[in-house]
Design a protein around this ligand. Structure first.
Ligand code: PRP
Length: 292
């Protein structure tokens, strides 16, 4: 493998096999980076950027970044917090959302974290969990497990678990109910605190710039509409755009075409208002990249 990786390239570590893998590759693609994985999950090369990608187990990524074995990594900030890695958080990636929760069996009499005094809690996140309970001044006995944590109450290993949940289906299947959220997580792009060379730092900055453009593009749509000129002020108040909308006169007297960017999360609410004040022929298009 050594020969296939180029030391003048930057090396990105992404999750080998899990929920972040697909989204991490998706982010590279949305940023216009062409990655040849050839179906292999060990390493990949980028065809149009000096970037090598290595597929690594989640829990190894923060240390590999901290020690400079790889230049950057994509990993959940739950993993970074658990390992206590000294890395730079370059960019929150808006995927891989999950929560570390305390859960107990549905029929358990435990209803709050105060009821856990001197009780056993099974988890794969002993550091985050013990810090949490120390802060709350509640003494608990942490049982460290590397997987299948949700089984531990049924196996009488522990009274409660501290585990990650995303959809909540694993907890539901295991007849567990959440009593507290102790940590919220999402995927994050990390780098070494001090990068080994200026050249690499520039490449990392360039990559972050591209990722941001891809992220911004997803948050906006490009919208075009026709409207009576007299309504222009009201329309601009609803869709002010990034700086201000582009206005073009239509062949029909007294009408204009308005083009602007609109945030995805308020799209329908704003379109409703635009229609009410007389906008018509409203067209929305996806944006591929958005540099603000
Ligand atoms: C986590 C966690 C649960 C599951 C919960 O495991 O340990 O098993 O996700 O997700 P849900 O709320 O969507 O059902 P993950 O799949 O991240 O992998 P792991 O088992 O290797 O920890």
């Amino acid at each position: 493998m050594k020969n296939k990786l180029d030391s003048s390239n930057i090396m990105l570590a992404i999750q080998k096999n899990g929920r972040l893998t697909k989204y991490s590759i998706g982010l590279l693609e949305k940023a216009g980076l062409m990655v040849d994985t050839d179906g292999q999950k060990l390493y990949a090369k980028c065809r149009n950027f000096p970037l090598d990608i290595v597929f690594i187990r989640d829990e190894d990524i923060p240390n590999l970044v901290e020690t400079g074995v790889v230049d950057i990594g994509i990993v959940g900030n739950n993993v970074i917090a658990e390992i206590n890695a000294l890395v730079d958080n370059k960019l929150l990636l808006d995927f891989g959302y999950c929560r570390l929760v305390i859960a107990v069996q549905k029929e358990s009499s435990i209803s709050s974290i105060c009821d856990l005094e001197n009780k056993k809690i099974a988890t794969s996140y002993p550091r985050i969990v013990s810090q949490y309970f120390q802060k709350k001044k509640i003494s608990v006995n942490i049982i460290q497990l590397n997987g299948s944590v949700e089984l531990s109450p049924a196996l009488n290993i522990a009274s409660a678990i501290a585990d990650l949940t995303s959809t909540g289906s694993t907890l539901a299947i295991s007849d567990l109910r959440v009593i507290e959220t102790i940590f919220k997580s999402q995927a994050v792009l990390i780098s070494q605190k001090v990068t080994s060379s200026e050249k690499k730092q520039n490449l990392i900055d360039n990559l972050v710039f591209r990722f941001k453009a891809a992220q911004n593009a997803q948050k906006y749509k490009y919208i075009m509409m026709n409207a009576p000129q007299e309504k222009l002020k009201q329309i601009i108040a609803i869709v002010p755009g990034l700086k201000s909308p582009t206005i073009t006169p239509l062949a029909t007297k007294g009408w204009v075409s308005i083009q602007t960017a609109i945030q995805e999360d308020v799209f329908w609410e704003k379109v409703e208002k635009l229609k009410q004040i007389g906008a018509s022929g409203i067209i929305a298009l996806p944006i591929e990249k958005l540099i603000t």
